[in-house]
Ligand binder design. Sequence first.
Ligand code: SAH
Ligand code: SF4
Length: 345
Amino acid sequence: MTDIIKSIENAQYNASLSKSEIEAILKDNSINDFLFAAADKVRQKYVGNEVHLRGLIEFSNICRCNCFYCGLRKDNLTVQRYRMSADEIISLAQKAKDYGYKTVVLQSGEDAFFDKDKMCKIISSIKQFGLALTLSIGEKSYDEYKSYKEAGADRYLLRIETTDKELYKKLHPSMTFENRLKCLENLKSLGFEVGTGCLVGLPEQSDESIAEDILFFKKLGADMIGLGPFIPCPNTPLKDEQGGTLIKALKVMALTRLLLPDINIPATTAMETLQENGRLLALQSGANVVMPNVTDEECKQKYVIYPGKAGLNNTAQEYKNSIVEKIEALGRTISQDYGFHKKTV
Ligand code: SAH
Ligand code: SF4
Protein backbone atom coordinates (compact mmCIF):
# COMPACT_ATOMS: atom_id res chain seq x y z
CA MET A 1 0.00 0.00 0.00
CA THR A 2 1.38 3.41 -0.89
CA ASP A 3 1.61 6.12 1.74
CA ILE A 4 -1.12 8.08 -0.02
CA ILE A 5 -3.56 5.17 0.01
CA LYS A 6 -2.71 4.64 3.67
CA SER A 7 -3.47 8.24 4.55
CA ILE A 8 -6.84 8.08 2.75
CA GLU A 9 -7.64 4.83 4.61
CA ASN A 10 -6.77 6.40 7.95
CA ALA A 11 -8.77 9.54 7.21
CA GLN A 12 -11.89 7.39 6.82
CA TYR A 13 -11.61 6.55 10.51
CA ASN A 14 -10.05 9.61 12.13
CA ALA A 15 -11.30 12.44 9.85
CA SER A 16 -7.85 13.91 9.78
CA LEU A 17 -5.22 14.71 7.14
CA SER A 18 -2.20 16.98 7.30
CA LYS A 19 -1.62 19.77 4.82
CA SER A 20 1.15 17.81 3.12
CA GLU A 21 -1.03 14.69 2.87
CA ILE A 22 -3.83 16.72 1.25
CA GLU A 23 -1.36 18.22 -1.21
CA ALA A 24 0.03 14.80 -2.08
CA ILE A 25 -3.50 13.48 -2.71
CA LEU A 26 -4.35 16.47 -4.89
CA LYS A 27 -1.21 15.94 -6.98
CA ASP A 28 -1.57 12.19 -7.53
CA ASN A 29 -4.28 11.30 -10.05
CA SER A 30 -3.67 7.56 -9.84
CA ILE A 31 -5.54 7.39 -6.52
CA ASN A 32 -8.65 9.30 -7.62
CA ASP A 33 -11.02 6.33 -7.73
CA PHE A 34 -9.83 5.18 -4.34
CA LEU A 35 -10.38 8.67 -2.93
CA PHE A 36 -13.89 8.96 -4.41
CA ALA A 37 -14.84 5.51 -3.07
CA ALA A 38 -13.53 6.42 0.39
CA ALA A 39 -15.54 9.66 0.44
CA ASP A 40 -18.61 7.75 -0.74
CA LYS A 41 -18.24 5.27 2.13
CA VAL A 42 -17.84 8.05 4.69
CA ARG A 43 -20.89 9.85 3.27
CA GLN A 44 -22.92 6.64 3.52
CA LYS A 45 -21.78 5.95 7.07
CA TYR A 46 -22.35 9.45 8.49
CA VAL A 47 -25.22 11.00 6.52
CA GLY A 48 -26.76 7.92 4.91
CA ASN A 49 -28.39 7.43 1.54
CA GLU A 50 -30.78 10.34 1.66
CA VAL A 51 -30.29 13.27 -0.69
CA HIS A 52 -31.65 16.64 0.44
CA LEU A 53 -33.14 18.87 -2.25
CA ARG A 54 -33.09 22.63 -1.81
CA GLY A 55 -35.05 24.86 -4.19
CA LEU A 56 -32.87 27.73 -5.41
CA ILE A 57 -34.39 31.15 -6.10
CA GLU A 58 -32.08 33.63 -7.85
CA PHE A 59 -34.01 36.77 -7.00
CA SER A 60 -31.72 39.58 -8.20
CA ASN A 61 -28.66 39.68 -10.45
CA ILE A 62 -27.77 43.23 -9.45
CA CYS A 63 -24.44 43.38 -7.68
CA ARG A 64 -22.30 46.17 -6.27
CA CYS A 65 -19.19 43.97 -6.18
CA ASN A 66 -16.64 43.37 -8.87
CA CYS A 67 -15.31 39.85 -8.23
CA PHE A 68 -12.97 39.14 -11.15
CA TYR A 69 -14.38 35.69 -11.90
CA CYS A 70 -18.10 36.44 -11.83
CA GLY A 71 -20.37 37.30 -14.75
CA LEU A 72 -22.63 39.36 -12.49
CA ARG A 73 -19.86 41.77 -11.46
CA LYS A 74 -20.86 45.41 -11.48
CA ASP A 75 -18.63 46.40 -14.39
CA ASN A 76 -20.13 43.81 -16.73
CA LEU A 77 -22.43 46.10 -18.65
CA THR A 78 -23.63 43.35 -20.99
CA VAL A 79 -25.81 41.77 -18.28
CA GLN A 80 -29.53 42.48 -18.45
CA ARG A 81 -30.19 43.23 -14.83
CA TYR A 82 -33.36 42.16 -13.01
CA ARG A 83 -34.74 42.31 -9.54
CA MET A 84 -37.82 40.38 -8.44
CA SER A 85 -40.43 42.02 -6.24
CA ALA A 86 -40.99 40.72 -2.72
CA ASP A 87 -44.29 39.20 -3.89
CA GLU A 88 -42.59 37.39 -6.77
CA ILE A 89 -39.96 35.95 -4.42
CA ILE A 90 -42.58 34.83 -1.92
CA SER A 91 -44.75 33.23 -4.58
CA LEU A 92 -41.75 31.33 -5.99
CA ALA A 93 -41.09 30.04 -2.48
CA GLN A 94 -44.71 28.89 -2.30
CA LYS A 95 -44.22 27.13 -5.62
CA ALA A 96 -41.07 25.46 -4.28
CA LYS A 97 -43.10 24.22 -1.33
CA ASP A 98 -45.75 22.88 -3.72
CA TYR A 99 -43.05 21.03 -5.68
CA GLY A 100 -42.17 19.29 -2.40
CA TYR A 101 -39.02 21.15 -1.37
CA LYS A 102 -38.37 21.44 2.36
CA THR A 103 -35.79 24.20 2.01
CA VAL A 104 -35.55 27.24 -0.21
CA VAL A 105 -32.30 29.07 -0.88
CA LEU A 106 -32.55 32.78 -1.66
CA GLN A 107 -29.54 33.86 -3.69
CA SER A 108 -28.62 37.19 -5.30
CA GLY A 109 -25.84 39.58 -6.11
CA GLU A 110 -25.07 42.13 -3.41
CA ASP A 111 -28.12 44.21 -4.12
CA ALA A 112 -28.50 47.10 -1.64
CA PHE A 113 -32.13 47.59 -2.69
CA PHE A 114 -32.99 44.70 -0.38
CA ASP A 115 -32.29 46.47 2.89
CA LYS A 116 -32.80 44.92 6.29
CA ASP A 117 -36.52 45.60 6.50
CA LYS A 118 -37.31 44.34 3.01
CA MET A 119 -35.27 41.19 3.57
CA CYS A 120 -36.84 40.49 6.96
CA LYS A 121 -40.36 40.80 5.56
CA ILE A 122 -39.53 38.33 2.80
CA ILE A 123 -37.90 35.95 5.29
CA SER A 124 -40.80 35.96 7.73
CA SER A 125 -43.38 35.50 4.95
CA ILE A 126 -41.53 32.49 3.57
CA LYS A 127 -41.09 31.01 7.05
CA GLN A 128 -44.88 30.93 7.38
CA PHE A 129 -44.92 28.20 4.72
CA GLY A 130 -43.05 25.91 7.10
CA LEU A 131 -39.92 25.83 4.95
CA ALA A 132 -36.30 25.91 6.10
CA LEU A 133 -34.64 28.99 4.66
CA THR A 134 -31.10 29.54 3.46
CA LEU A 135 -29.72 32.92 2.46
CA SER A 136 -26.85 33.51 0.03
CA ILE A 137 -26.80 37.27 -0.38
CA GLY A 138 -23.26 38.24 0.52
CA GLU A 139 -21.51 40.32 3.14
CA LYS A 140 -23.76 42.20 5.58
CA SER A 141 -23.33 43.80 9.00
CA TYR A 142 -23.69 41.87 12.26
CA ASP A 143 -26.91 43.75 12.88
CA GLU A 144 -28.38 42.73 9.52
CA TYR A 145 -27.44 39.08 10.03
CA LYS A 146 -28.97 39.22 13.51
CA SER A 147 -32.22 40.58 12.12
CA TYR A 148 -32.36 37.90 9.41
CA LYS A 149 -31.93 35.26 12.09
CA GLU A 150 -34.65 36.76 14.25
CA ALA A 151 -36.95 36.90 11.21
CA GLY A 152 -36.46 33.13 10.89
CA ALA A 153 -33.60 32.45 8.46
CA ASP A 154 -31.92 29.14 9.31
CA ARG A 155 -28.79 28.93 7.18
CA TYR A 156 -26.36 31.18 5.34
CA LEU A 157 -24.02 30.41 2.46
CA LEU A 158 -20.97 32.61 2.06
CA ARG A 159 -18.02 31.06 0.30
CA ILE A 160 -14.60 32.20 1.42
CA GLU A 161 -13.69 31.60 -2.27
CA THR A 162 -9.96 31.22 -1.52
CA THR A 163 -7.95 31.37 1.70
CA ASP A 164 -4.92 32.65 -0.19
CA LYS A 165 -4.96 36.24 1.03
CA GLU A 166 -2.86 37.61 -1.83
CA LEU A 167 -5.06 35.95 -4.41
CA TYR A 168 -8.19 37.04 -2.55
CA LYS A 169 -7.03 40.63 -2.75
CA LYS A 170 -6.31 40.41 -6.48
CA LEU A 171 -9.70 38.94 -7.31
CA HIS A 172 -11.90 41.11 -5.07
CA PRO A 173 -11.44 44.84 -5.57
CA SER A 174 -12.77 46.84 -2.62
CA MET A 175 -13.46 43.73 -0.56
CA THR A 176 -11.24 42.25 2.15
CA PHE A 177 -10.48 38.73 3.25
CA GLU A 178 -10.72 39.89 6.86
CA ASN A 179 -14.28 41.10 6.43
CA ARG A 180 -15.35 37.91 4.68
CA LEU A 181 -13.95 35.92 7.59
CA LYS A 182 -15.59 38.23 10.11
CA CYS A 183 -18.95 37.69 8.37
CA LEU A 184 -18.56 33.92 8.68
CA GLU A 185 -17.68 34.24 12.36
CA ASN A 186 -20.65 36.54 12.96
CA LEU A 187 -23.01 34.13 11.24
CA LYS A 188 -21.70 31.29 13.37
CA SER A 189 -22.04 33.19 16.60
CA LEU A 190 -25.63 34.11 15.70
CA GLY A 191 -26.55 30.43 15.42
CA PHE A 192 -26.94 30.10 11.66
CA GLU A 193 -26.01 26.85 10.01
CA VAL A 194 -23.04 28.19 8.11
CA GLY A 195 -22.00 27.14 4.65
CA THR A 196 -18.80 28.20 2.98
CA GLY A 197 -16.61 26.85 0.20
CA CYS A 198 -14.14 27.74 -2.49
CA LEU A 199 -13.55 27.97 -6.19
CA VAL A 200 -11.24 25.34 -7.63
CA GLY A 201 -8.92 26.23 -10.49
CA LEU A 202 -8.54 29.98 -10.02
CA PRO A 203 -5.49 31.47 -11.75
CA GLU A 204 -2.38 31.23 -9.55
CA GLN A 205 -4.17 28.95 -7.06
CA SER A 206 -1.73 26.30 -5.85
CA ASP A 207 -2.45 22.86 -4.41
CA GLU A 208 -1.01 24.15 -1.18
CA SER A 209 -3.59 26.92 -1.06
CA ILE A 210 -6.41 24.46 -1.85
CA ALA A 211 -5.14 22.26 1.01
CA GLU A 212 -5.37 25.31 3.24
CA ASP A 213 -8.93 25.95 2.05
CA ILE A 214 -9.95 22.43 3.08
CA LEU A 215 -8.28 22.76 6.49
CA PHE A 216 -10.01 26.12 6.90
CA PHE A 217 -13.43 24.47 6.39
CA LYS A 218 -12.63 22.12 9.26
CA LYS A 219 -11.26 24.83 11.51
CA LEU A 220 -14.34 26.99 11.00
CA GLY A 221 -16.59 24.04 11.85
CA ALA A 222 -18.70 24.57 8.72
CA ASP A 223 -22.15 22.96 8.54
CA MET A 224 -22.13 22.90 4.74
CA ILE A 225 -19.47 23.17 2.08
CA GLY A 226 -20.34 24.14 -1.48
CA LEU A 227 -17.52 24.20 -3.94
CA GLY A 228 -17.07 23.98 -7.64
CA PRO A 229 -14.73 24.52 -10.54
CA PHE A 230 -14.04 28.09 -11.57
CA ILE A 231 -15.58 28.48 -15.05
CA PRO A 232 -14.22 31.45 -17.03
CA CYS A 233 -16.96 33.88 -17.95
CA PRO A 234 -17.05 36.21 -20.98
CA ASN A 235 -16.86 39.95 -20.26
CA THR A 236 -14.89 39.44 -17.05
CA PRO A 237 -11.18 40.02 -16.39
CA LEU A 238 -10.62 36.24 -16.16
CA LYS A 239 -12.38 35.40 -19.43
CA ASP A 240 -9.25 33.95 -21.06
CA GLU A 241 -8.10 31.85 -18.12
CA GLN A 242 -8.15 28.11 -18.19
CA GLY A 243 -10.57 27.44 -15.36
CA GLY A 244 -10.86 24.43 -13.09
CA THR A 245 -11.55 20.81 -13.98
CA LEU A 246 -14.37 18.63 -12.76
CA ILE A 247 -11.93 16.01 -11.46
CA LYS A 248 -10.04 18.50 -9.34
CA ALA A 249 -13.27 19.93 -7.91
CA LEU A 250 -14.48 16.39 -7.12
CA LYS A 251 -11.20 15.65 -5.38
CA VAL A 252 -11.47 18.76 -3.22
CA MET A 253 -15.06 17.80 -2.40
CA ALA A 254 -14.11 14.20 -1.54
CA LEU A 255 -11.30 15.41 0.73
CA THR A 256 -13.77 17.75 2.43
CA ARG A 257 -16.10 14.80 3.10
CA LEU A 258 -13.22 12.84 4.66
CA LEU A 259 -12.38 15.69 7.03
CA LEU A 260 -15.96 16.80 7.82
CA PRO A 261 -17.83 13.48 7.69
CA ASP A 262 -21.29 14.56 8.87
CA ILE A 263 -21.82 17.92 7.13
CA ASN A 264 -24.04 18.71 4.14
CA ILE A 265 -22.24 18.89 0.81
CA PRO A 266 -24.07 19.86 -2.38
CA ALA A 267 -23.31 18.44 -5.78
CA THR A 268 -23.06 21.85 -7.42
CA THR A 269 -24.42 23.12 -10.72
CA ALA A 270 -20.91 24.20 -11.82
CA MET A 271 -19.93 20.51 -11.69
CA GLU A 272 -22.86 19.56 -13.93
CA THR A 273 -22.00 22.42 -16.27
CA LEU A 274 -18.53 21.04 -17.01
CA GLN A 275 -19.82 17.53 -17.65
CA GLU A 276 -23.26 16.06 -18.11
CA ASN A 277 -23.90 13.97 -15.00
CA GLY A 278 -21.07 15.73 -13.16
CA ARG A 279 -23.53 16.16 -10.34
CA LEU A 280 -24.20 12.42 -10.19
CA LEU A 281 -20.47 11.76 -9.99
CA ALA A 282 -20.39 14.23 -7.11
CA LEU A 283 -23.20 12.36 -5.34
CA GLN A 284 -21.04 9.24 -5.59
CA SER A 285 -17.93 11.02 -4.31
CA GLY A 286 -19.15 12.53 -1.05
CA ALA A 287 -22.09 14.84 -1.84
CA ASN A 288 -25.55 14.49 -0.25
CA VAL A 289 -27.42 17.64 -1.36
CA VAL A 290 -28.72 18.96 -4.69
CA MET A 291 -30.05 22.48 -5.24
CA PRO A 292 -32.38 22.52 -8.24
CA ASN A 293 -33.24 25.91 -9.64
CA VAL A 294 -36.83 27.08 -9.20
CA THR A 295 -36.27 30.57 -10.64
CA ASP A 296 -38.56 31.30 -13.57
CA GLU A 297 -37.24 31.01 -17.11
CA GLU A 298 -36.69 34.65 -17.93
CA CYS A 299 -34.70 35.47 -14.79
CA LYS A 300 -32.73 32.22 -14.82
CA GLN A 301 -31.38 33.04 -18.29
CA LYS A 302 -30.07 36.37 -16.95
CA TYR A 303 -28.41 35.02 -13.82
CA VAL A 304 -25.17 34.32 -15.62
CA ILE A 305 -22.49 33.87 -12.98
CA TYR A 306 -20.66 31.68 -15.54
CA PRO A 307 -21.65 30.52 -19.04
CA GLY A 308 -23.47 27.34 -20.03
CA LYS A 309 -25.09 26.82 -16.65
CA ALA A 310 -26.73 23.39 -16.50
CA GLY A 311 -30.53 23.24 -16.42
CA LEU A 312 -31.21 26.45 -18.33
CA ASN A 313 -33.41 24.78 -20.90
CA ASN A 314 -35.75 22.95 -18.56
CA THR A 315 -38.69 24.19 -16.55
CA ALA A 316 -38.38 23.94 -12.78
CA GLN A 317 -40.74 20.97 -12.72
CA GLU A 318 -38.96 19.07 -15.52
CA TYR A 319 -35.65 19.78 -13.92
CA LYS A 320 -36.74 18.46 -10.55
CA ASN A 321 -38.31 15.32 -12.00
CA SER A 322 -35.21 14.44 -13.99
CA ILE A 323 -32.92 14.98 -11.01
CA VAL A 324 -35.13 12.87 -8.75
CA GLU A 325 -35.15 10.07 -11.30
CA LYS A 326 -31.37 10.13 -11.59
CA ILE A 327 -30.87 10.19 -7.83
CA GLU A 328 -33.21 7.22 -7.36
CA ALA A 329 -31.42 5.34 -10.13
CA LEU A 330 -28.28 5.56 -7.99
CA GLY A 331 -30.14 3.71 -5.24
CA ARG A 332 -30.44 6.87 -3.14
CA THR A 333 -33.65 8.28 -1.68
CA ILE A 334 -35.04 11.82 -1.54
CA SER A 335 -35.14 13.09 2.03
CA GLN A 336 -38.49 14.10 3.43
CA ASP A 337 -37.06 16.16 6.29
CA TYR A 338 -35.42 19.57 6.51
CA GLY A 339 -31.93 18.18 6.26
CA PHE A 340 -30.30 20.14 9.03
CA HIS A 341 -26.74 19.30 9.94
CA LYS A 342 -26.88 16.42 12.41
CA LYS A 343 -23.65 16.53 14.33
CA THR A 344 -22.26 13.08 15.01
CA VAL A 345 -18.55 13.84 15.35
N1 SAH B 1 -23.33 37.29 -4.28
C1 SAH B 1 -23.34 36.19 -3.40
C2 SAH B 1 -24.05 34.95 -3.96
C3 SAH B 1 -24.05 34.75 -5.44
S1 SAH B 1 -22.54 34.25 -6.13
C4 SAH B 1 -21.91 35.83 -3.02
O1 SAH B 1 -20.98 36.18 -3.76
O2 SAH B 1 -21.75 35.21 -1.98
C5 SAH B 1 -22.47 32.55 -5.66
C6 SAH B 1 -21.15 31.87 -5.94
O3 SAH B 1 -20.93 31.75 -7.33
C7 SAH B 1 -19.91 32.58 -5.45
O4 SAH B 1 -19.69 32.34 -4.09
C8 SAH B 1 -18.81 32.01 -6.34
O5 SAH B 1 -18.06 31.01 -5.68
C9 SAH B 1 -19.58 31.37 -7.50
N2 SAH B 1 -19.07 31.86 -8.81
C10 SAH B 1 -18.98 33.13 -9.21
N3 SAH B 1 -18.40 33.19 -10.44
C11 SAH B 1 -18.11 31.92 -10.80
C12 SAH B 1 -17.49 31.33 -11.95
N4 SAH B 1 -17.05 32.08 -12.97
N5 SAH B 1 -17.36 29.98 -11.98
C13 SAH B 1 -17.84 29.23 -10.96
N6 SAH B 1 -18.42 29.73 -9.86
C14 SAH B 1 -18.56 31.06 -9.77
FE1 SF4 C 1 -21.47 39.74 -6.88
FE2 SF4 C 1 -21.39 37.30 -5.71
FE3 SF4 C 1 -20.70 37.65 -8.28
FE4 SF4 C 1 -19.08 38.62 -6.40
S1 SF4 C 1 -19.60 36.42 -6.74
S2 SF4 C 1 -19.72 39.69 -8.28
S3 SF4 C 1 -20.57 39.23 -4.86
S4 SF4 C 1 -22.72 37.93 -7.41
